[in-house]
Design a protein around this ligand. Structure first.
Ligand SMILES: Nc1ncnc2c1ncn2[C@@H]1O[C@H](COP(=O)(O)OP(=O)(O)OP(=O)(O)O)[C@@H](O)[C@H]1O
Length: 208
């Protein structure tokens, strides 16, 4: 969490080398991120990402959006990729939309396709960059429900969000960022009820 421009997107985009960084060290499931392209590829296979704007291919059906990477990157046979995709579409509650195009779906449905698409690559970590910020209020919940069940299934997730209730309920750890720096990190209860930093108190007084 953190105010606008505090560096939240920049931070999570470094995890899969969408953004370069100058200091520090990033390690994903034992693989250290270097500038070697093969290494970046290896990390990207482990890290799924969901963006605020769903970034689906508009000319492909839902099913084709979800099977594209497994077929082209993982080299799965079409039939296997489609079987797995259908299971994922069922998991995110939009199985019946499989043959439609993104433009025919609501924002909440499109975001659930984007989640299924990321999961299709069987990532070890999922990054979410304000996944509900572009949605109408009534669609926020259906996406948060999917994320909640993903968290319960044990998926490691790093989520940039302004959804305070969701963060409080689902997170193991909340990180507050400000001016490109990590200000405070703590389990939700401690973060919301007993923050250590003045900056955190000020942030909470603005959002609660
Ligand atoms: N650690 C950093 N060092 C230097 N510049 C940074 C750092 N983190 C972010 N920036 C710069 O700060 C600006 C805002 O960052 P970013 O978009 O990541 O913020 P944000 O918290 O995601 O904002 P929003 O909530 O509006 O999306 C960008 O121009 C980015 O390049």
């Amino acid at each position: 969490m953190g105010p606008s421009g505090s560096g939240k997107s920049t931070f999570i985009r470094t995890f899969n080398a969408l953004e370069d960084y100058q200091q520090g060290r990033i390690e994903v499931d034992g693989i250290a991120l270097t500038h070697d392209l093969r290494n970046i590829d290896a990390i990207r296979k482990e890290v799924g990402m969901v963006f605020q704007q769903f970034n689906l291919f508009p000319h492909l059906t839902v099913l084709q959006n979800v099977t594209l990477s497994p077929i082209w990157v993982r080299r799965w046979k079409k039939q296997k990729a489609e079987e797995v995709a259908m299971q994922l579409l069922e998991r995110v509650g939009i199985l019946e939309q499989a043959q439609k195009y993104p433009g025919q779906l609501s924002g909440g449905q499109q975001q659930r396709v984007a989640i299924a698409r990321a999961l299709a690559m069987q990532p070890k970590i999922m990054l979410f960059d304000e996944p509900t910020s572009a949605l109408d209020p009534e669609m926020v919940r259906e996406v948060l429900d999917v994320m909640r069940s993903l968290a319960r299934s044990g998926m490691t997730m790093v989520v940039v969000t302004h959804e305070v209730g969701f963060a409080r309920e689902v997170a193991d750890r909340i990180v507050l960022m400000d001016s490109g720096m990590l200000v405070e990190q703590a389990p939700p209860q401690e973060f919301f009820q007993n923050p250590k930093e003045e900056r955190t108190r000020k942030f909470l007084s603005q959002i609660l």
